[in-house]
Write a protein that binds this ligand. Sequence first.
Ligand SMILES: Nc1ncnc2c1ncn2[C@@H]1O[C@H](COP(=O)(O)OP(=O)(O)OP(=O)(O)O)[C@@H](O)[C@H]1O
Ligand SMILES: [Mg+2]
Length: 409
Amino acid sequence: MRKTLIVIGAGLESIPVLQRANEMGLHVVAVDANPQAPGFAYAHEPLIGCVYTPEITVAALTKWSQKGGKPQGVICAAVDAPGTVAAVADHFGLTAVSVETARLATDKKAMKDRFKERGIPIPWYREIFSAEELACIQDERRETLVIKAVDSRGARGVLRLVYGSADMPDPAWSFACAKKESPTGRVMVEKHLAGPQISTEGFVVNGESFCPGFSDRNYEFLDRFAPNIIENGGDLPSFLDQDTQQAVKDLSGQAAKALGIKNSMFKGDMVVHEGKPYVIEMAARLSGGYFCSHEIPWNTGVDFTGTAIRLALGETPSPTELTPSFQKGVAQRYLFPKPGKVQAIEGVEDAQSMDGISMVEIRTAVGETISPATSHPARAGVVMARAETREEAIKQVEKAVAAIKIITA
Ligand SMILES: Nc1ncnc2c1ncn2[C@@H]1O[C@H](COP(=O)(O)OP(=O)(O)OP(=O)(O)O)[C@@H](O)[C@H]1O
Ligand SMILES: [Mg+2]
């Protein structure tokens, strides 16, 4: 009999996961709050529920199951919703992260407390309750800090406070900016760890970790978007030497296990600071931004999304399926038009026809307003290139980005 998979999230970036589930012959039930969610077109059964409110989604699925629905797996796609996945899995007795793991993975303070307890290298951090406390810490520590909401996502309200900088934002403004992004009004600061940043993505299978996903993150616009920290895509394979890469992969697996991830996937924000790997954050879900669905398979041959779905269905993939079989070049960049009203969008077809360009996705339209880039969802489009080498992919993606003009006024 066809197995049924519940997919939490049916937005634009959820589509590749929904498509993969279809290709695998599964019966797909997608959950999203938006009745117009584009991913619903790829589901056998669209269901209205809130991806970030487990009780609402469990209630919607309970009704669905009373009419005869019976799931074999649950996964979230391009939404940071392990809490909802865990609650649904609990309710139906499915394989997924536990409610406790989901809590640790979505509360940056609780996560760092767990890492500290388990000896996982992390930046210095502290929860703070006022702008005055931030000012005191800045005076005391005299180093670059990052202030963030304890429980937000997509880099919303994450600010780099550069020690000694002339345009350092005021503590009251910084604190308010982070606080407003936290649903619970909680804020924390961390030491900013300088050094190459890496996105990792992997699996824990029967206690063993595999980390096929490894991308250098591009932060060329740190100054342009300061004090916000906005990523501009990434490059694969990594420029880091093999030993450093292995150390980052091993630490990612340890961190995932420290959060209690078992027979499921993980996604790490890692940094190599003064030659040593540290964890900035570890998520208990699939990545968004087409990392798991496009970049990792193009780079390594690993069917990351398919494997994650199989784990969610309670299957056990073999180590060879979790291990890269090659290292090809992939580069991703985002589009950052000047803020204003979009007058025209040009050069898209030119960009699409360039060698190696495998995706051009424009996320705006004439007449829409481009706001200043203060979070990742604000990016106006994405371009991806594939080539034999990393260098060639970077050259091609940059050429395509330069050809696309989103004219604003
Ligand atoms: N202590 C730190 N040192 C260096 N860089 C940091 C630090 N904290 C955050 N960053 C950078 O800012 C990014 C966003 O921070 P964080 O991951 O905590 O927020 P987020 O809202 O979960 O963002 P995202 O969805 O991009 O992961 C990190 O991925 C990292 O690049
Ligand atoms: Mg993060």
